[in-house]
Design a protein around this ligand. Structure first.
Ligand SMILES: O=C(CO)[C@@H](O)[C@H](O)COP(=O)(O)O
Ligand SMILES: [Co+2]
Length: 228
């Protein structure tokens, strides 16, 4: 099982998005936070910017949709060039139908949980997904402190993935840094979003390599990853 590091463009300079996207070559995916000022109290970017980003970089786009009416919008992000589309279960009217639609369009389907949303009610839905995102901050802003209290939810989700023998990726997003990434990997995450820890560094590509090495080290000794 390989570690994946996804820098979040939210912490980049929006006036130089193409340059900032290519500054993290070597990253697995570029994480793109779409916010509508309704689902979260912040406004970022939409479909036209995702289309331009998809043309500007060879790194696949991991679009994290923090928007209302996501059943209607998510397919447009696949059309815009996203390789993975994450919708929030709190915003989706029909999560299974939406995941199937995203997959049918040829992208990876992913579902996110806000910190207060438990995983247990969605156990039967996991087989419909390619990735589950556990938010480790309240969605809306970069640069917030990691919520340690999310670690048991990460552990529990990893147990459910193992119990059902699924290939689902488990992503964490929010406050992931050199200080917290090992705890996330030990608990069961294998896909790590990092905004300020990457774009706040002098050398973003080196920050990606350092985070990957830390997470790989922690995963190699984690009980959940033994035998993978
Ligand atoms: O989705 C979000 C915030 O809502 C994230 O993707 C942030 O962009 C992560 O930023 P850092 O916490 O790593 O600075
Ligand atoms: Co995000």
């Amino acid at each position: 099982m390989a570690v994946q590091i996804n820098p979040s463009i939210l912490s980049a300079d929006f006036a130089r998005l193409a340059e900032e996207a290519t500054a993290v070559e070597g990253a697995d995916w570029l994480h793109v936070d779409v916010m509508d000022n309704h689902f979260v109290p912040n406004l970022t970017l939409g479909v036209p910017v995702v289309e331009s980003l998809a043309r500007a970089t060879d790194t696949p786009l991991d679009c994290h949709l923090m928007i209302e009416d996501v059943d209607r919008w998510a397919p447009q992000y696949v059309e815009a060039g996203a390789g993975s589309v994450t919708f929030h279960v709190e915003a989706a009217a029909a999560p299974v139908r939406l995941a199937r639609e995203i997959r049918a369009q040829g992208a990876r389907a992913s579902m996110a949980l806000k910190p207060a949303t438990p995983i247990e009610p969605y156990e039967d839905l996991l087989s419909e997904l390619d990735m589950l995102l556990i938010m480790t901050v309240e969605p809306g802003f970069g640069g917030q402190a990691f919520l340690d209290i999310m670690l048991p939810k990460i552990r529990r989700t990893r147990e459910l993935i193992s119990k059902h023998g699924l290939e689902l990726w488990l992503q964490v997003d929010g406050g992931v840094s050199a200080a917290t990434i090992e705890r996330c990997a030990e608990a069961g995450a294998d896909v790590f979003v990092a905004g300020s820890a990457v774009y706040g560094a002098n050398d973003p590509a080196a920050a990606v390599r350092a985070l990957r090495s830390q997470a790989s080290g922690a995963m190699s000794t984690a009980a959940w990853a033994c035998g993978h």
